[in-house]
Write a protein that binds this ligand. Sequence first.
Ligand code: SF4
Length: 224
Amino acid sequence: MIERRKIYNFLNQQKSLFGNELFSLSTNQVNPDLLSHVQNSLDGLNQYSKSISLCQECSLGAKRNNFVFGVGDSNAELMLIGEAPRKEEDMEGEPFVGRAGKLLNKILAAINKNRLEGVYLANILKCRPPDNRDPLSLEVDKCEPYLLKQIEMIKPKLIMALGKVSAKILLKKEIPIDKMRSTVYDYYGTPLRVTYHPDTLLRNPDFKKFAWEDFQWARDYLAR
Ligand code: SF4
């Protein structure tokens, strides 16, 4: 069953693109063909999430409170990727919650986006490593294919890797984050930029200006 909230946000986005063609003005009903398209798109991700939600491919599966698949717009043009769920994410089953999530929401609002419209949030690992340690190679090998499938379904125009750990895993290279930020990388055919993780911004407020530059760049890139 798809969530009304997601349908509402998606339809609003489509209406801004296609105007009233989407709706039957006389009956105030949604065009059934387009509703079917929306449902297929949302259901596809939901069904995929359900199909892997009991995964035990690595040892983290046995210890999780929640499988943290991802959240957002199934047709997002911008996808934000962290390395793994933290404690609050594991408890709530949603990526980027708590103080870091609130800060990320503010950053997204500043570029006229939010986590339900135009943006999709996910982590490389879907289960929390103990004590928030960095993901192990074996865990990444097992879990990264799930992320690749999400990207294939969402088809974002741009990926932003949040933090040096996420960047290192996705790009298979270790370069200081301040040197990575100005480069557009390629992640299996999708452009990828690196910026700071919101947790890092909470610990080092001086870095916020750099993150702001990165998200402004992303906004302009997506507007091209
Ligand atoms: S972290 Fe990924 S591979 Fe490991 S159990 Fe969870 S979903 Fe499966």
